[in-house]
Write a new protein. Structure first.
Length: 275
């Protein structure tokens, strides 16, 4: 048997759903909003009506350096296998992949070398912030801050090490309440993670998995503008124009799943898994 119904994050018009529907055109995709405990528990309950029901959700910030297999990761909730998470942090991490950009945009894509350099610089610029977000997430604290730079996406003005340390302290003081975890615990976690997020570190080398794709896109705003991804009406930011052009192409091209090994493997899992 194959998975016939897939619960996903987002709404019917979200990036996640638009991509997944192209990857799995024969599977019924149902958007359930954000990933919460009720989202995951609903899968267990609803399997009484359809045993071939699963989920595909964003991956949390990992606390461990895990081997890369180019395939979705099992999602376990209350000791029950409910589906999968992406191997990369979120759907945007796939859309900014140079392979996807070049394949989707073809002759209208930025120069491959220049694009990769811009992406590398963006990762380097947000390395400390990415480590800080991960440290906070690992200790179950709020893991973002700053101004709303796009609907639903917040990003700080300063992302240097000192700014991140100051914000970690502030967040822990505000949200710790009576927990035994201390500010020092989270700061130590940040210090231990930071070298891995710096250039040459394991997580920097695989930043398309460990850094948040939305953060990378925001940091690439000006390079994307220079590459020509601008909205003539000035209603959308360059990164929004960029993503929309890629999505539009994905929705018009056959066999998109052949672009990335993980996308192909997802289709195999959907067709062969029996819960």
């Amino acid at each position: 048997m194959s998975v016939t119904v897939l619960y996903c994050e987002g709404n019917s018009k979200s990036i996640d759903i638009r991509v997944i529907r192209q990857l799995l055109p024969k599977c019924e995709i149902r958007p359930l909003g954000g990933k919460t405990s009720s989202f995951l528990s609903s899968i267990i309950a609803d399997r009484r009506r359809n045993p071939n029901l699963a989920c595909l959700v964003d991956r949390d910030f990992d606390c461990q350096d895990l081997p890369k297999y180019n395939q979705p990761v099992q999602c376990i909730y209350q000791q029950v296998w409910v589906g999968w998470t992406w191997e990369r942090k979120e759907i945007e991490n796939y859309l900014i992949d140079p392979v996807v950009v070049q394949t989707a945009l073809d002759k209208k894509a930025p120069d491959r070398h220049e694009y990769k350099m811009a992406l590398d610089r963006a990762a380097e610029n947000i390395s400390a912030y990415s480590a800080a977000r991960t440290a906070l997430a690992c200790e179950n604290f709020k893991n973002f801050w700053g101004e709303e730079v796009r609907e639903g996406h917040f990003f700080p003005r300063s992302v240097g090490k000192k700014s991140c340390q100051d914000k970690i302290a502030e967040i822990v003081r505000e949200y710790r309440h009576n927990r035994i975890v201390s500010e020092e615990d989270v700061q130590n976690k940040f210090q231990n993670l930071l070298p891995r997020f710096r250039r040459g570190g394991y997580r920097f080398t695989d930043y398309l998995s460990y850094f948040a794709g939305k953060d990378l896109l925001y940091e690439m705003r000006e390079p994307l503008r220079q590459f020509g991804f601008e909205d003539s009406s000035n209603k959308k930011q360059p990164e929004e124009v960029f993503v929309e052009r890629i999505l539009s192409r994905i929705e018009r091209i056959d066999k998109v799943w052949e672009w990335l090994p993980e996308w192909e493997y997802l289709r195999q899992l959907i067709s062969e898994t029996n819960f």
